[in-house]
Design a protein around this ligand. Sequence first.
Ligand code: HSE
Length: 345
Amino acid sequence: MTEYKIALVGFGGVNRGLAQLIVERNAAWQTELGFSLKIVGVSDLFLGSICDPTGLDAAHLVALPPVKGAFAQLAGGSAEAFNETVIKHSRADIIAEATFTNPVDGEPAATFCRWALEAGKHVVTTNKGPIALHGPELSQLAKANGVSFEYEGAVMSGTPVLRLARQSLSGAGVRGFEGILNGTSNYVLTRMEEGLSFAEAVAKAQELGYAEADPTADVEGHDVRLKVVILANELLNARLQVGDVTCSGISSISTADIGQVRASGARWKLIGSAHREGDGSVRASVEACLLPSSHPLVGISGATNAVSFNTELLGAVTVSGPGAGRIETAFALLSDIIAIHAANH
Ligand code: HSE
């Protein structure tokens, strides 16, 4: 029986969700998946840090109140976030990185990933910043150190997209994709169809926890742009940088614009897309598009995400599911660990 020692970097919703899954399902995973997980370290800029190579009680971690320096309440814990110690010296086999997304330089998450990979530890992450801005470099670093770097949750949380396309669509000739890759903006457009104003719909999305604290990245397309870069680089072997993707959002669309087309079955959607051109280059964009009623993404409503791959052999292949959420994103980390386990057995 394999037991992976895991350290959690960032202990907000996602890694707390993973700890909760460990509490509820670790015993079943031994039978179902052939491994179990033991948490040996946790660090969080707000909560502090704690390490124990013999294993921390996941239930105690989950129950910890989200107050500043909370890890100091546990024996051996500290109010200070000793990230480097937790990553390099907690004896973890796997680092689960789930700190905040920094769309400018991917830091500090990119450094956390580098520390882990250089120390010979596998990394699983849900963080879009390091992947969109430093993905090829980090994958190369993992290869050079004989470990895995997995990031399924960076696009559409636990809904299988990256690994599915990489594995099951290889050979089908993926020529491009179109996706609804931001739950907040799709929720806002759906509620505007029901008559809410843009501002009312954004406030509702914030209440429901879909939107970021500052929803600008959601409604202006910046969040989708990172996901488009990740998908295009992964599936089309593009070498796109964030600035290569033209980007606009949904804030200029009014309730009247939406009402005018409603009867025809056409719907406004924020679409992130990339396609290989005849000359081999890849063109990518994020923009609000008026989809006809026959389009594979037209029926995707509310906070649901979907991506439709355009393939040579199968035509359009469309996957839909949650694109955010605590447990949904924690599941993506588990799916990455399952992939690491499969690669090593
Ligand atoms: N705020 C994002 C969304 C979360 O609404 O989809 C996932 O990246």
